[in-house]
Each structure stands twice: as structure tokens, then as C-alpha cells.
Write a protein that binds this ligand. Sequence first.
Ligand SMILES: O=C(O)CCC(=O)C(=O)O
Ligand SMILES: [Fe+2]
Length: 309
Amino acid sequence: MTSTGERADGHEADAGGPEDAGRQVVSPSLHRIVNTGRYPLDEPGSADWDRVVARARDDLAADGCCVLSGFLRPELLDTLRAEGEALAPHAYYTVEKVNAYNIPLDADLPPDHPGNIVLERGNAFVARDLIPADALIQVLYTDPVFQRFIADCFGLAELHEFSDPLAGLCLNVVAPGMSHPWHFDTNAFTVSMLTRAPEAGGVFEYCPGIRTPEDENLSAVRAVLMGEGAHLIRRLELRPGDLQLFQGRFSLHRVSPVEGTSQRHTTIFAYSEQSGVVGNVERTRQLFGRVLPDHIAAAGAVRGDRLLD
Ligand SMILES: O=C(O)CCC(=O)C(=O)O
Ligand SMILES: [Fe+2]
């Protein structure tokens, strides 16, 4: 099940030493970041690795969500929070009117379609090009063994960093009074880590499998959006340093309004099964307030996914 060979994507771990029986070389920086006592990312392909992967797969199969609590070494939690706090002022702050499907608000829908319910997207993203190469989250995002672990948990043969210079790795900032409203993700899977908890509110809430490829289940989605679907909603108790794996394509989810005086920060590690993903120009401008030559060059090529939800 676990691939132990060289990656075909050009990444190489930076540890020296010979490869042991085809096993992937683990970067020493990964040992320093991941709580390897609980999550044996220092032993790719070992029995312990397989055990952790199997548990993640069970959780994902059960309800599309898995929390690997205490994934980061506890002694790094202050650094994790401080790095996010230094980045947060560079987020692109804008409040946008959206719907849960991220389709145009003037789309021609039947009157009782939940896509007519207008929500406020008040979260703000710090783009990848503003995140230093040595920030904990950037080191994790780019680490080939971390990527192998994530791919194994999701049961994927391989995954790729986005080629998008802005959207691949983001800090999601939700300020007091703001929320990241109910939505479905366009991409099949998302990886995230809380880096700073709010004082209150800001809870990740989700409705496992509320829709399927065959059935939008509009009445249930509508109930949740109208505040009448409490029985469908699960709430996650996330702590900074927990790693969350989530399949958000069929599970409506949100970050509830943040209360108190401090922001909620999460890292979004965006990967794709396809290589070469770059977001489209219009959506990139909405999310980050700017576009780069790569976005213009990629227009019409591989469509970006996560941030087009
Ligand atoms: O920040 C979070 O916890 C969730 C973010 C999210 O749902 C998304 O970026 O699609
Ligand atoms: Fe999402």
C-alpha cells in the first residue's frame, strides 16, 4: 500500500545517507516538526506508519473527516502561532457575497434553491508567496514524506503541490465577527492545521455526506443554511497543531462566526491529484486581490480547484 520509492515529481528529501531498501529518505527538519512519537513520519512504510494511515482511512470512510491530534511537536506551538500572527496582517481582507455553491448570485435557480441564500465570506487569505520558505507550514507543505503520508491517508497513488504561486499554501484568517460561511469544496480533499485558536466561536462545523454525486439533497442543505439543520451538523474540537484531513466535496461545512477579540488562523495545505493546477484569473483576484503572470499564462489550461469552491 505504501509507496517507498523515489518520487517522480522531482522532490528529494534533503537528508544525506543512503536509501534503505528503497525507503524514502526523511528530511531531518520533518523529525523536528512532526510529533513522531504519535505519527511515525520518520519511518515511511513501517508497520506504525501503516497503522496510523489505516486509522485515518477508517475515519475518512466513516464521515469524510479525520483529525490527527497533536500532529505538531508541542514545543513548536508557540512558533506556529507566532509565524501565523506575523503573516496575518498581509492577508487580503475583503467581504464578499457568496452562496454555498460558489455559483454566480444571479444564476437562474428555482425560488427555493439553497443557492439563492446569500452568505458573507469574511475570511481572508495570506497567499503562498508571502509565506517564508523556512516557516513551519511551508516546510511541511513541501516535504515529500509529508506528502506521501497525506496521499496514503487519502488512498491516492500520488498528489502534487499546486503550481499556483498564491493558492497552494494559504493562511486562512477569520477575524472576530467574521466567518467562513457554509460551502462545498470543489476539490476532493483538503488538509489543514489550526495555528491559532479564537477565544470563542470559530468552530469548524460540517454535515457529513449531506449530498452525493447522485443527489444534491437540496432540502437538507437549505435547512442547514436556514439554521434549521442542527441534527445534521457535527462540530470539531480542533486545537492548534492538529492536522485535519477533510473531504469537503459532499460535506457542507463552515467556520462559525469568531467571537471574542482574537483572530482564528488555519493553514490550508492544498494538493491535487493532477499536477500543474493554477487558479483562474477572476477567482484569484477575488481571493488575493492580485494575479501573477502564472495565472494569466495558465488561463485556459488546468483549472484550479480548491479555491474555486
Ligand atoms: O479554515 C478552516 O478551518 C476551513 C477552511 C475551508 O473550509 C476552506 O478553505 O475551504
Ligand atoms: Fe472548505
